[in-house]
Design a protein around this ligand. Structure first.
Ligand SMILES: [Zn+2]
Length: 394
């Protein structure tokens, strides 16, 4: 069913959300709208440190309990957009969707917190208002948001849990030039990485999803390393037997608003729900999942090979340039370029790799510097102008 959910995506996409960062009033509007739905139940399960309400959206009356949460890191909103799409799917009048909704409704009880770290989301920061990384707070639960998540899951005792994140755009699939679009991890629940019943459920799901997604984006799917981290919620919930699958949206070329990853993620979640409801996942093995390369940090946005570092052109080195994202105002994301690394970058890859070995020097570059302009010339003509890349940022 993955392809069905993927191919029909635009008939259930939530049109009120068009980019990753949206303001609180838009979110409240959506919550109010979902509250009117005969299929969804909305309840406030707590509040953040700054007293923003934390909402839960529930669907279904079946025996299999599923939980999902997104944006425990405030600036990771791709899956939140996908969840909005899924709520639209559930509310749709499309007769084909209705049949699927009925199957989900009868077999599953799905509880979702789609905007967990609302304080971080308002600031567009990973951490909570008090600066705590919630996903390193599963053990002591210093933050009230982590306390809430832990108690919420324990009350539900789910068979499946979806931990939804965004990862840095510049992770690669192993040491390759392939940018990781989607990454999975059937987290380990102990130091030795035992394939418990809980981990196996998540692994089988990941295997199925990998098979389907690889057909759409070949070589762009990775897995995270499964080193156990007791402070992370994924690992903690696996230990508790909650069938936890981590799903990460990475990068997708110049689609900086990640709308293509939103579509993949909406289909990932709907297909997961469907195959859990129909028990189809049980026959999966782990081959496709285990064959995935792990995420590595081997990419730059731009790599200039053997660029001149001074006027004589005698001293040359590779230059790695990355985009840096910053939240500004209440709903904007601004981008700037940073000189990330200078030197021998032979073993690094880039989304845009250029041979600068016969370019002429025009200006100095400094490590760590934020730049707007960078120009190189060849035979008196401009051959590289950073602004042509800036123009691709929408
Ligand atoms: Zn995250």
């Amino acid at each position: 069913m993955y392809h069905f959910f993927f191919d029909n995506y635009f008939s259930y996409q939530e049109s009120r959300i068009k980019k990753r960062r949206f303001d609180e009033s838009t979110w409240q509007e959506l919550i109010d709208r979902w509250a009117e739905s005969p299929h969804l139940q909305i309840r406030t399960v707590g509040e953040t440190y700054e007293k923003r309400p934390i909402h839960e959206v529930r669907f279904g009356e079946g025996p299999i309990q599923i939980i999902a949460w997104s944006q425990m890191h405030g600036d990771e909103a791709t899956a939140t957009m996908a969840l909005c799409d899924i709520f639209n799917f559930i509310n749709s009048n499309n007769p084909e969707f209705n049949k699927i909704r009925e199957i989900l409704h009868q077999n599953l009880s799905i509880s979702i917190i789609p905007y967990l770290n609302a304080d971080g989301a308002a600031r567009w920061t990973r951490e909570t208002a008090l600066g705590i990384d919630m996903n390193r707070d599963a053990l002591h639960q210093y933050s009230q948001e982590a306390k809430l998540l832990s108690a919420w899951a324990d009350e539900i005792q789910p068979q499946f849990a979806f931990n939804l994140h965004d990862q840095n755009r510049l992770y690669s699939v192993g040491n390759s030039a392939h940018q990781t679009h989607i990454a999975f991890l059937a987290t380990a629940g102990d130091e030795t990485g035992t394939w418990t019943e809980s981990r196996l459920r998540a692994g089988k799901l990941a295997n199925r999803l990998t098979r389907f997604i690889e057909e759409i984006i070949p070589n762009k799917v990775a897995k995270w390393s499964d080193e156990y981290n007791a402070r992370a919620f994924g690992d903690t919930f696996q230990k508790r037997g909650y069938g936890l699958l981590l799903v990460e949206s990475g990068g997708s070329g110049w689609d900086l608003e990640k709308q293509s990853l939103r579509q993949l993620t909406a289909a990932i979640l709907l297909d997961s729900f469907y195959c859990i409801a129909t028990n189809e996942y049980v026959n999966e093995n782990l081959d496709a999942y285990q064959a995935l390369a792990t995420n590595e940090r081997q990419l730059f946005d731009i790599k200039l090979k053997q660029a001149p570092l001074e006027a004589s052109g005698q001293i040359r080195a590779d230059i790695g340039i990355n985009l840096k994202e910053t939240g500004s105002n209440k709903t904007d994301i601004t981008y700037s370029w940073t000189i990330e690394e200078i030197g021998d970058l032979t073993y690094m890859h880039a989304l845009n790799e250029l041979d600068a070995s016969n370019w002429h020097y025009t200006q100095p570059v400094f490590l760590g510097e934020e730049i707007n302009d960078l120009i190189y010339e060849k035979a008196g003509e401009t051959i590289f102008d950073l602004r042509t890349f800036t123009a691709k940022i929408k």
